[in-house]
Ligand binder design. Structure first.
Ligand code: GDP
Ligand code: MG
Length: 195
């Protein structure tokens, strides 16, 4: 079999129709404290991948691994540099993704408003037909501290033309669904482009 290092090298050096899986850069965005790092550790540590112990740590905020979605492999690089970048540097994360997971906490209305702002910024930079975004309402385990209802989240996603999911990183609920969902969205766009 191929080691993950081999497949990374070959996906860089061979274009198009090789056996190397498609590679996607997925950026985590959202206010501080909403659970981006928690998402990263689940991505980095979970057994739900082809090589669970082969996640490459490229710096402590960028993780790359091969995941299998609907029977097809994809190399996903998850980028969590948003909080450590300030001011103009944040342009870097917001420009560097093929797709975005836009997180808020259902226990923190200001993080929901922040997600809306980020969504507007993103759409000014990226046309929706090429760049999928999933709005993620995290911490849905904290039922009694909920400040943002599911229907508000869903309505916001509908206005902004993106997918919506509620998750709990603490309970590991729906987090992989979000990662798999973004890969599916990327594939849909790729298939349309290639058609
Ligand atoms: P970041 O600033 O966006 O990277 O947020 P972190 O991942 O550091 O999470 C901030 C805090 O929220 C930490 O104490 C986490 O343990 C906690 N946290 C993250 N996700 C969840 C969740 O789904 N449920 C609960 N109850 N706590 C969470
Ligand atoms: Mg963090």
């Amino acid at each position: 079999g191929w080691s993950s290092t081999d497949s990374v090298i070959s996906s860089d050096s061979t274009a198009g129709e090789s056996r190397a899986p498609a590679a996607y850069r997925v950026v985590l965005l959202g206010a501080s404290g909403v659970g981006k790092s928690a998402f990263c550790s689940i991505f980095a540590g979970a057994a739900d991948s082809l090589d669970s112990d082969e996640c490459e740590l490229c710096g402590d905020e960028v993780f790359e691994k091969e995941v299998e979605v609907d029977g097809e492999a994809a190399t996903v690089t998850l980028i969590d540099t948003w909080d450590s970048e300030m001011g103009d540097d944040q342009d870097c994360s917001i420009h560097s993704g093929d797709a975005y997971l836009l997180l808020y906490s259902i226990t923190d209305r200001s993080s929901f408003l922040r997600a809306s702002e980020l969504r507007i910024t993103l759409r000014q930079l990226r046309p929706p037909e090429h760049t999928p975004i999933i709005l993620v309402g995290n911490k849905c385990d904290l039922v009694r501290r909920r400040e943002v209802s599911s229907s508000e989240g869903r309505a916001c996603a509908a206005v902004f033309d993106c997918k919506f999911i509620e998750t709990s990183a603490a309970m590991q609920h729906n987090v992989w669904e979000a990662f798999h969902g973004i890969v599916r969205q990327l594939r849909l766009r790729r298939d349309v482009r290639d058609a």
